[in-house]
Write a protein that binds this ligand. Structure first.
Ligand SMILES: [Zn+2]
Length: 462
């Protein structure tokens, strides 16, 4: 890159303040020997590297974005692309696609995807209409997703026609589900085929919504009672300094974080969700790949998920509607590697794997016992237009509190039936109940909690 050496800072024509002085806003790579890769990198992008931007910089004119405005037109589109013609108009920090932005980068790097590729959105529009609801134009009810993220093409076609690179962050589709456990439930008479919600072939008909995170930083900070500047600094530091604009662009208030999103499964008519005359059964489920997909029996995740699907289908069959929200927050959002380290520490600790020590091992490995931060979770419920949940299929006190604190009424809390709990998951469940989780039974304490033990790895029977 020697022939494309560091360039001068662009003169933004504004009187330099201490913070805008001597800024190198457009910089080349360090002075490295030219290599084959350098040449191809120049061919690929054909522009100098823009390390970061500043509010008063020449050419920086963000498209106005007013979070919580009454209409999508007044609110403005979320613009996060750095493509040619869009970079100066960005009004959001980060990258689209959640964690998948990295795979897209790899595809560009190897030449499988052009850096300026634009999607063809024809025929991609939602299969079902959801909203708009009053919560969509309340800047504090929804702070972690874009309420207009599914209607980008519909509402912002003028920007697309002007060459601005916009991407939907939410998509709505329909599907049929076929699960072995649901087949079993039909065979044993727990669930009936009605030909509509559950087809004669035992398939469940669903409407599905996938959504990627879009954070309004002032709203997220307020939700947790912290300063926006503290949130920005922590996000900058703990992403390895990946997003300098968190620091240099305080005027940009929206951040698309590189994390997993969520999926909503709706059983019955989505129009019944905001209808106060219709009953709603709901589960909020946080990802547990080991149990949900592979059937690991150390926790109750999959049995809970299956139970909630059955209950949602039944509610829809009775004229109401069922909703399962699935969040990509593996291992209490600490990740699967941390989770397995904790499993090992639990099984090997003195006295064995007991309910009394359940949370201690997570804390000793991760420093905290849970980073799912349910305070942001109700956003999707408000996006769906929910104001009352008749049956919440969850024992989690954190989920319950977050939903109630956000202004949604919960009529009944439903815990997993005893007979559906795998034997080895008793450690988890009893520990959670002792910690404040909902139960219709008794919370154990003291010695009794220490008596709830998980099996050793080599034991076959519990
Ligand atoms: Zn689990």
């Amino acid at each position: 890159m020697t022939k494309n050496a560091a360039t001068q800072a662009t003169d933004d024509g504004v009187a330099a303040s201490p913070t805008t002085q001597a800024k190198e806003i457009v910089a080349g790579a360090p002075d490295l020997p030219a290599t084959q890769e350098d040449t191809s990198s120049q061919d690929l992008y054909n522009t100098r590297v823009v390390l970061t931007t500043y509010p008063s910089q020449f050419g920086i004119e963000p498209i106005p974005l007013i979070w919580g405005a009454q209409t999508p037109g007044e609110r403005g589109p979320v613009v996060v692309s750095r493509q040619q013609g869009t970079l100066g108009k960005r009004n959001a920090i980060g990258a689209g696609g959640g964690s998948y932005c990295i795979y897209r980068a790899l595809a560009v790097a190897i030449g499988a995807l052009g850096p300026n590729h634009r999607p063809d959105f024809r025929l991609t529009e939602p299969t079902n209409i959801i909203g708009p609801f009053a919560s969509w134009s309340d800047p504090e009810k929804i702070v972690s997703l874009d309420p207009w993220g599914h209607s980008v093409v519909e509402n912002y076609s003028n920007y697309l026609e002007d060459g601005i690179d916009l991407r939907p962050t939410t998509a709505i589709t329909k599907a049929h589900m076929k699960l072995a456990e649901i087949d079993d439930a039909i065979r044993s008479g727990i669930l009936k085929c009605d030909g509509d919600i559950v087809t004669a072939g035992g398939e469940l008909k669903v409407v599905k919504v996938a959504s990627e995170p879009v954070w309004h930083l002032p709203g997220v900070a307020k939700r947790f009672g912290i300063e926006e500047s503290t949130l920005r600094r922590a996000l900058f530091e703990d992403t390895g300094g990946m997003y300098p604009e968190l620091i240099t662009r305080p005027d940009l208030k929206v951040f698309l974080p590189p994390i997993g999103g969520l999926t909503v499964y709706i059983f019955g008519d989505p129009a019944a969700i905001p209808d106060p005359t219709k009953r709603l059964t709901l589960r909020v489920h946080d990802e547990c790949n080991g149990s949900d997909v592979f059937g690991s029996d150390i926790c109750t995740c999959k049995p809970y998920l299956i139970y909630s699907i059955e209950e949602c289908a039944r509610e829809a069959q009775n004229g109401g509607v069922g909703v399962v929200v699935y969040f990509r927050k593996e291992g209490r959002a600490l990740g699967e590697v941390t989770k397995y380290l904790v499993y090992n520490a639990r099984k090997r600790q003195e006295g064995g794997d007991t309910a009394a020590n359940y949370f201690k091992r997570t804390e000793s490995v991760a420093g905290v016992k849970d980073v799912r931060f349910q305070a942001l979770m109700p956003d999707i419920l408000h996006w769906l237009g929910i104001s009352r949940i008749d049956r919440l299929i969850s024992m989690s006190n954190m989920k319950y509190q977050a939903i109630v604190d956000s202004g949604i009424e919960i009529v009944e809390r439903v815990s997993i039936p005893e007979e559906r709990m795998p034997a080895d998951s008793k450690v988890e469940i009893e520990a959670k109940i002792a910690d404040g989780y909902f139960t219709t039974g008794e919370a154990l304490a003291g010695e009794a909690l220490g008596d709830v033990k998980g099996r050793n790895w080599d034991e076959i029977a519990h």
